[in-house]
Design a protein around this ligand. Structure first.
Ligand code: THG
Length: 276
C-alpha cells in the first residue's frame, strides 16, 4: 500500500491555525510524526484557512522542505494552483486531483506527463459523485483512455472512486469495493487505485474502527494507495496484515517490522538509506 499521510490539511483546526499564523513547528512536527508512522508521501491541503491559497500552498511546501524531501501530494482541485506548484517539486510529485471531465483531464494529464508527476483522478463528473458502481467504472475507463492519449504511464495514474461517509450514504462502501474490483481489471497494466479513507467515517462514532475494517476489505478488492492517518498504528498494522493475507508479502514472525523496514520513509531515513 502506498500511504499518503492526510494530516497536513487545513480541515484540521490546529493545521488551519498554523497556516493562518505561519507557525512552522506545528507543520514540521506533523511531517516528522507521519514519516515515523508509515507515510510514503504527504498530502498537502490548505483547506478553509482564510489566506491566499497559492501563497499558503507555497508556505506549506517551503516549511515541509526545510525538514524533508519526502514526496508531496498537492491536494487542490484548481489547475492554476497545480501548474504553479508541480514544476517546482521534481519527479514523482502527485497532483491531487482532477475530475473526470474531458477538459480537466486533458489539462491535468498534460501537466503530470510534462513534469514526470503522478495524477490522482476522481470518478466525479459534472453531475458529482456517481451513486452506483457502473458510472464509477465508466468514468474510470474514460480516465484511463485520456491518460493513454496524453502519454501518462499507467504507473503514474491513480483512480479514486470516492468514498463517502457511511452514516449518510450506507450503500456506497459496498459499491466502492465493487468498483475497485472492476477498475483493477480495466487495462492490461492497471492504474493504481486510491481512496481518501477518512471520508468514510466523518461524523461517525468509532471512527478508527470503521476506517480500519474498511481498509482491510479494500485491500482485498485491489486498493493499493490511500490518503489516510499514518499515526494510527492499529490502522497501519491492519493494512499490513491484510497485505500479508492477500499474499503481497510472505509471512515471518516479524512481518509488521519487516514491512516497515522495507516500505517506510521514516525508517529508511533513520537507517541513513535513500528516501523515496
Ligand atoms: N480523495 C482524494 N483526496 C482527498 C480525499 C479523497 N483529499 C481530502 C480528503 N478526501 C482526505 N483527507 C481527509 C483529511 C481529514 C479528514 C478526512 C479526510 C477528517 N478530518 C476531520 C473531520 O472532518 O472530522 C477534521 C476535524 C479535526 O479533527 O480537527 O476526517 O477522498 N483524492
Amino acid at each position: 500500500m502506498y500511504i499518503i499521510g492526510e494530516r497536513i490539511n487545513g480541515m484540521f483546526k490546529r493545521v488551519r491555525a498554523a497556516i493562518e499564523e505561519q507557525n512552522k513547528s506545528v507543520i514540521q512536527e506533523l511531517v516528522r510524526a507521519q514519516l515515523e508512522g508509515a507515510a510514503n508521501a504527504l498530502d498537502v491541503n490548505v483547506g478553509p484557512a482564510q489566506v491566499d491559497p497559492l501563497e499558503a500552498m507555497h508556505w506549506l511546501i517551503d516549511t515541509i522542505r526545510e525538514v524533508s524531501d519526502v514526496t508531496l501530494c498537492i491536494d487542490n482541485p484548481k489547475y492554476e494552483i497545480q501548474k504553479e506548484v508541480i514544476p517546482r517539486l521534481g519527479p514523482r510529485a502527485i497532483i491531487n486531483s482532477s475530475k473526470a471531465d474531458e477538459e480537466a483531464l486533458e489539462k491535468f494529464v498534460a501537466l503530470a506527463a510534462e513534469n514526470d508527476a503522478r495524477l490522482i483522478a476522481l470518478t466525479i463528473d459534472k453531475k458529482g459523485v456517481p451513486a452506483d458502481v457502473e458510472r464509477r467504472v465508466e468514468l474510470g475507463a474514460f480516465i484511463v483512455v485520456k491518460a493513454m492519449e496524453g502519454g501518462l504511464p499507467m504507473d503514474h495514474l491513480y483512480i479514486d472512486p470516492i468514498i463517502l461517509p457511511v452514516n449518510v450514504a450506507p450503500k456506497q462502501p459496498q459499491f466502492v469495493l465493487e468498483a475497485l474490483r472492476q477498475l483493477r481489471i480495466l487495462s492490461d497494466t492497471p492504474p493504481h487505485l486510491n481512496l481518501g479513507l477518512s471520508n468514510l467515517s466523518q461524523g461517525c462514532a468509532n471512527r478508527p474502527l470503521i476506517n480500519r475494517s474498511y481498509l482491510v476489505m479494500a485491500v482485498l478488492a485491489g486498493l493499493d494507495a490511500a490518503i489516510m492517518d499514518p499515526l494510527d498504528k492499529d490502522l497501519v498494522d491492519a493494512m499490513i496484515t491484510a497485505e500479508l493475507l492477500t499474499e503481497k508479502m510472505i509471512y515471518c514472525d516479524s512481518y509488521l517490522e519487516a514491512y516497515r523496514m522495507t516500505n517506510c520513509v521514516g525508517v529508511q531515513d533513520r537507517m541513513g538509506c535513500m528516501r523515496r
